[in-house]
Design a protein around this ligand. Structure first.
Ligand SMILES: Nc1ncnc2c1ncn2[C@@H]1O[C@H](COP(=O)(O)OP(=O)(O)OP(=O)(O)O)[C@@H](O)[C@H]1O
Ligand SMILES: [Mg+2]
Length: 246
């Protein structure tokens, strides 16, 4: 079972869009996929808008089982939702020993998926540390602007700290350029910088595509909303890459 934390401390780099469409694309190809919303913004729950009774909070704080907090949102696609109560969960966890490994321990028996994708908040939070330690593998969506590169540097430093202080082995396994526009020098330069720094781990870019931003307000993946769009093409390419060697 593959586990992936989709993470970048910078806001708005395409983390949630990537979680939705990577998950949606894998599910369409027959992979049983669980999306875990680690973000108290509840972006995944907003995107799919399912009815649910329990959320990440109940799993982390009330000792509810992961299964009882999970809803099916599509064939092969499941969601463990979050909402603002996750921020409360984080506060409660802060006072506990082994606070960084709570998610890992609560989810230790979950083995009935082909892949688990965690959508992380744009922060250096305890919830993010939990997600990284559980998944061990991180995918970094990086938007094509210079501030995003600074965000990447900070995240790498934080991962180093987690590995050192908590004796873990968290690795960045893919870097996903997002909001790519081939007409701008900034896109090209940042893409090249990423390729220099993350030899072999940088995927084909996800182009800026208005269909991607529209799809969330229709509660659809890009494959449902605009299957012939650039967005669908780019996320299909990413799905293939993840199946092959992500
Ligand atoms: N390739 C793209 N082209 C156009 N719009 C996009 C693209 N990717 C994401 N968006 C839009 O940009 C906004 C931010 O994307 P998204 O929510 O996926 O980022 P995020 O990293 O999850 O943000 P946050 O840090 O707040 O969690 C959303 O409105 C989304 O619809
Ligand atoms: Mg998000």
């Amino acid at each position: 079972m593959k586990k992936i934390a989709i993470i970048n401390q910078k806001g708005g780099t395409g983390k949630t869009t990537t979680a939705v469409n990577l998950g949606g694309g894998l599910a369409l190809r027959g992979y049983k996929t669980l999306l875990v919303d680690v973000d108290p913004q509840g972006s995944l729950a907003t995107w799919f808008d399912p009815e649910y009774e329990r959320s990440l909070y109940d799993m982390l704080v009330e000792d509810e089982t992961p299964d009882s907090c999970t809803v099916e949102v599509r064939e092969n696609l499941y969601l463990l939702p979050s909402d603002k109560t996750a921020a409360q969960a984080e506060k409660i966890l802060t006072g506990q020993t082994s606070r960084e490994t709570m998610l890992m321990r609560r989810m230790s028996d979950v083995d009935n998926y082909d892949i688990i994708i965690l959508d992380c908040p744009p922060s250096l939070s305890l919830l993010n540390q939990n997600a990284l330690i559980y998944a061990k593998k991180a995918y970094l969506p990086v938007s094509m602007d210079y501030l995003a590169l600074v965000g990447v540097r900070n995240l790498l430093e934080n991962i180093r700290q987690i590995n050192k202080i908590l004796d873990r082995d968290v690795r960045v396994s893919l870097v996903i350029p997002t909001f790519y526009d081939k007409r701008t020098n900034e896109s090209k330069e940042i893409y090249d910088t990423l390729k220099e720094h993350f030899d072999g781990k940088v995927t084909e870019p996800i182009r800026t595509n208005v269909r991607l931003s529209e799809s969330s307000s229709y509660n659809k993946t890009i494959f449902e909303y605009a299957p012939n769009s650039h967005g669908a093409e780019d996320y299909s390419t990413l799905v293939e890459r993840v199946i092959e060697n992500g």
